[in-house]
Design a binder for this molecule. Structure first.
Ligand code: KG4
Ligand code: ZN
Length: 325
């Protein structure tokens, strides 16, 4: 089954063709990073306009690489920026109507959850999922196919957002994750003692605004602080908490496998520490599938369709769509 997957929830336009939820035929991503860089974060209006500008061209590119006709169209229906979501969902519905193929709306986080299973073995359940991106920091217990329980989220900033904000404080480029990681390579992670929220407590909740503020105060205190040392100390603190809470959630749920996905799953320190310290099978996507993309939406849409879900042309996106029914 050839599935066209469309992702436009934030600042990446993604269009992909994936066969049977696993084999990528095309995965085109247009990143708007440069358009938002001057503002240090995503500007919703610019995002919508950019999606509108590139989506047709990107789809033509993806479809040219596909073999045979498209059988199903999946698009991200939320959560995300409303204007941005509308572009992808309406494009997908128009294509589905024209080609007389089914349309399946997909939850963005479910896309991330399915991303490690592309080009690999089919997903197995139950599983614990750690979703770490610019908008989310969540621990989700996946009891079975499409059965989710939200165990924890962040009380304030998402971990990716903290990387982006700290990058701005350090005058590093946007998006902050890759630039902070690069700066941290030559730094001393023990140079600054930054806080680890809820360390040692039995809550699974996250909080990242205190860490960001601690970096701000450290820089006010020492304006000539070594950027590499600050970046490395911040990254160590951010990743420490992810490891601690994930281990605790594995213990509490007894989940036999761990999924880690979302943009921050590209972080090398996080990946290395997960490999070294987690003793259940780890499912983490290759770097290009960590960031938002259409392939993960096609994959999730395929598994939804197989489970009997069908969208309609009346479906509209929702900026605050919930994963837990
Ligand atoms: O999943 P994603 O592409 O978009 C959202 O759904 O938010 O994640 C983007 C986030 C950004 O905050 C970015 O700074 C972060 O992922 N990120 C990283 C790395 N690469 C991207 N964070 C830490 N280390 C990285 N290497
Ligand atoms: Zn995402």
């Amino acid at each position: 089954m050839n599935v066209l997957g469309i992702e436009t929830s934030c600042d990446e336009t993604g269009v992909a063709v994936v066969v049977d939820g696993v084999t990528i035929r095309a995965n085109e991503v247009a990143t708007q990073g440069a358009k938002h860089a001057a503002y240090g974060g995503v500007v919703p209006e610019i995002a919508s306009r950019e999606h509108t500008r590139v989506i047709s061209q990107l789809s033509e590119l993806a479809l040219a690489q596909a073999v045979g006709k498209i059988d199903l169209i999946a698009a991200t229906a939320g959560p995300g920026l409303m204007g941005a979501l509308l572009v992808g969902v309406n494009f997908a519905k128009a294509m589905a109507y024209t080609w007389r193929v089914p349309f399946v709306p997909v939850h963005h986080i479910e896309g991330h959850i399915f991303s490690p299973f592309i080009d690999g073995a089919p997903p197995q359940w139950p599983a614990l999922a750690l979703i770490v991106s610019g908008g989310h920091t969540q621990l989700i217990y996946c009891a079975g196919e499409h059965r989710y329980e939200l165990l924890a989220t962040t009380r304030d900033d998402a971990v990716g957002e903290a990387f982006d904000k700290v990058a701005r404080l350090l005058d590093l480029s946007y998006p902050g994750g890759p630039s902070v990681q690069r700066a941290a390579e030559n730094g001393d992670p023990a140079a600054f003692r930054f806080p680890r929220a809820f360390r040692g407590s039995d809550t699974l909740e996250f909080s990242y605004s205190g860490l960001k503020t601690a970096v701000l105060y450290a820089l006010q205190d020492k304006p000539d602080a070594n950027v590499a040392d600050v970046a490395a100390s911040f990254q160590a603190a951010a990743v420490d908490v992810l490891l601690e809470k994930t281990k605790l959630a594995l213990q509490q749920t007894g989940a036999p496998r761990l999924i880690v996905a979302g943009g921050v799953a590209a972080n090398k320190l996080l990946r290395d520490r997960l490999e070294a310290e987690i003793d259940v099978p780890l499912h983490i996507p290759p770097l290009p599938l960590c960031m938002d993309n259409g392939a993960m939406i096609a994959a999730a849409g395929y598994w939804r369709y197989q489970a009997g879900y069908r969208g309609t042309l009346d479906d509209t996106p929702s900026a605050g769509l919930s994963l837990v029914a």
